[in-house]
Design a binder for this molecule. Structure first.
Ligand code: GAL
Length: 681
């Protein structure tokens, strides 16, 4: 089974297509054979075949083992592993191992390491840590990447290049002198002259007007807060600096191996919020993402669904790859719970349902030494006579039977949630009315409510356009460009329905407040004007006149044409409007001034879906997650049961795993997944 993908990579004149990296869904994991004696490798191959593994990420952290001293290479072991993979039909996503600089390099050149905001240089001994703006590091990295590409570029096992690893994870922001030079060059390229920068950042505040770019410092440790305009640009610069490193490696790979696709693994919901992945996605041939569930969260499957939909949004609807997740516990959360029986299967198939054309685990065999000793793997410390290996083996067999789905797309959604990296960066750049505001919170809450109702939803960047949807959710979109303001107004005018939440449209792209009543960017469309925010203490809640409960945030809101749908029944603002709707043109604009709890959000979602004429993908019982993928000739329905009892959906088709035909309804066992090939309609 092969399928072709296009790439918008900027340094190609025409989009290129490439052969899919695996036979069917890519299934496997990070393979680190260098941690094991060679006799284990033969066993690995046999076990991989047993588990249906057809794809591995290889060499991710092995620079120091491949270049043992400056310019001295030891390729022998990797030659042997590559040959074994080829013999066993296992495709290799070969990593440029620049995420882990060799000891000889960091010892000789500690100046390549990043510096924190208090001037402390990152010590050698961990991974990443290097400064994306270090010219010396870059030179060593691209030199090694060239040697690697020249050695393995035409190897039969090679399917894809995996550039570095989670760029930014442990080197997201650098405050060193060399970075300072790059920062000032970036600012000069952006603003052209210092007067424009002064105007954009509002540097008259505290009399901080600059007379030259040389005066602009990195936002190093200070006893109060830096200028929010500067902070936002520093986030953008830091994302660009990391991306520039990726592009430098990519250029070498593309020159040496023009036909091999290139990716780098994103952390779409990772803890560092620096990379602007929607922008980065334009530079990769295949969008790939790492996703680890929060083992403490009872709603972790809802977060997974959001992450997968957001990744698909970055891939602009094209299939993408889940390049890392875990079979069970990770080792970096405060308490690392093991996954429940069936959970790794549900997680894998939930990503696939939402458009992934493969799912790989970190890692193949659990390490006994090194920093990740207690991280789960496909082959755990206990060996293959284990719950995890048995479940992976079963899943591998299922995944093979699902192969006809590869290359299909998630069926078009009529609802979009807007997500913007600049809005996220701006929300955390500077002092804000409440530290309890988290950019992830409202998008995730809406996504969860829509998903619970069985409604398909896309997560898209405002700049990519949303005119084709029927319902657009604008959750805490703190920063809005004039383009977004105009596009949302046009969307509603033309018959679209918008739901905007509290603390959206507050600042422009320079992180400067839009005056005249909040939310400046959307006030006219919403027919409201907010005078003042009243953030609440963590323990406080309010009740609305419609019975909903809310927390975190309320506002002094005045109606300017909109109708009030609910007011606060309790709290500091009892009697003030909490929920409004403005009918504009052929559409509507609803405003939610407070953080409504989950049951209230379900009612809100029901209400606006009726208004917009949007229906669920299928009628489902609570606890089922439903997603549809389609190709030109077929339709596939994924039903994932997150409940601890059987759940039924109104659906018909053939179960691709068991071959059983269902007519009218399908009951999915507790914790199980059913994938139906639906009859052509
Ligand atoms: C990822 C990383 C992997 C591994 C994994 C553990 O962030 O890319 O190399 O460390 O976390 O969960």
């Amino acid at each position: 089974m092969t399928s072709a993908f296009t790439s918008n990579a900027a340094d190609l004149e025409t989009p290129r297509t490439f052969k899919w990296i695996a036979d069917g869904f890519a299934f496997g994991g990070d393979y680190n054979p260098e941690q094991w004696p060679e006799h284990v490798w033969a066993e690995d191959m046999a076990l991989m075949r047993r588990a249906g593994v057809n794809s591995v990420n290889l060499g991710v952290f092995s620079w120091g083992l491949l270049e043992v001293a400056d310019g001295e290479y030891d390729w022998g072991w990797l030659d042997r592993v590559m040959a074994l993979c080829a013999e066993n039909g296992i495709g290799v996503n070969l990593a440029t191992p620049t995420a882990a600089p060799p000891m000889w390099l960091v010892t000789e050149h500690p100046e390549i390491m990043s510096v924190d905001d208090r001037g402390v240089r990152t010590a050698p001994g961990a991974r990443l840590g290097w400064s994306p703006s270090s010219a010396l590091f870059r030179a060593h990295a691209v030199r090694f990447v060239r040697a690697l590409a020249e050695r393995y570029g035409s190897h039969p096992a090679l399917r894809m290049w995996h550039v570095s690893n989670e760029l930014g994870n442990e080197n997201d922001r650098c405050y060193g002198d060399e970075t300072g030079e790059a920062w000032r060059a970036w600012l000069e390229a952006k603003f052209g002259d210092i007067g424009t920068l002064n105007a954009a950042w509002g540097t008259t505040f505290w009399g901080h007007r600059y007379s030259s770019f040389e005066q602009v410092q990195l936002p190093r440790f200070a006893r109060s807060v830096h200028n929010p305009g500067l902070l936002l640009d520093f986030e953008r610069f830091s994302s660009d600096a990391l991306l520039a490193h990726y592009v430098a490696e990519r250029s070498v790979l593309r020159e040496v191996t023009p036909d091999i696709p290139i990716t780098t693994n994103f952390m779409v919901l990772g803890s560092t919020r620096v990379p602007d992945y929607a922008r980065w996605a334009e530079e990769v041939d295949l969008v790939s993402n790492d996703h680890y569930t929060d083992s403490a969260s009872p709603d972790r499957h809802a977060e997974l669904a959001f992450s997968a939909d957001r990744t698909r949004g970055m891939a602009q609807g094209r299939p993408w790859l889940l390049i890392e997740h875990s079979t069970s516990a990770v080792d970096w959360q405060p308490i690392n719970r093991a996954k429940l029986a069936g959970e790794l299967t549900r997680n894998t198939l939930a990503h696939i349902a939402r458009g992934a054309d493969g799912a790989l685990f970190f890692q193949w065999r659990a390490s006994t030494a090194g920093a990740e000793q207690f991280h789960s793997a496909v082959v755990p410390h206990a060996g293959v006579d284990s719950k995890i290996f048995r479940e992976v083996e079963r899943l591998g067999a299922t995944i093979k039977r699902l192969a006809p789905i590869v290359g299909s797309r998630v069926a078009p959604a009529r609802v979009a949630i807007l997500w913007d990296q600049d809005a996220s960066s701006a929300l955390s750049s500077g002092k804000r009315p409440s530290a309890a505001l988290d950019y992830l919170d409202a998008p995730l809450a809406f996504h969860r409510a829509l998903t619970q109702r069985g409604i398909a939803v896309d997560v898209v960047r405002p700049a990519d356009g949303f005119a084709d949807y029927d319902l657009v959710i604008v959750p805490t979109l703190f920063l809005a460009t004039t383009h977004t303001t105009a596009a949302l107004a046009e969307f509603v005018e033309a018959g679209g329905h918008a739901v905007v939440t509290y603390f959206s449209g507050i600042v422009d792209e320079t992180n400067r407040v839009i005056t005249g009543g909040y939310p400046g960017a959307f006030r006219d469309l919403l027919g409201i004007s907010v005078e003042e925010f009243h953030p609440m203490q963590a323990v406080e809640t309010v009740t609305l006149s419609n019975g909903w409960s809310a927390s975190v945030w309320i506002e002094q809101l005045n109606l300017r044409g909109a109708s009030a749908l609910a007011t606060y029944a309790t709290g500091d603002l009892a009697g003030v409007t909490a929920l409004t709707r403005n009918l504009v043109g052929a559409g509507s604009a609803t405003y939610v001034a407070t953080r409504v709890d989950h049951s209230g959000l379900l009612e809100l979602v029901d209400d606006v879906c009726v208004l917009a004429g949007i229906h669920p993908i299928a009628t489902i019982e609570e606890g089922l997650e439903v997603v549809r993928r389609r190709s030109d000739s077929a339709s596939y329905l994924f039903l994932i049961n997150h409940a601890d009892a059987p759940r039924t959906a109104i659906a018909s088709g053939t179960d691709l795993d068991s071959g059983v035909k269902h007519e009218g309804s399908v009951t999915v066992a507790a914790g199980s997944v059913v994938v139906l090939e639906e009859a052509a309609s």
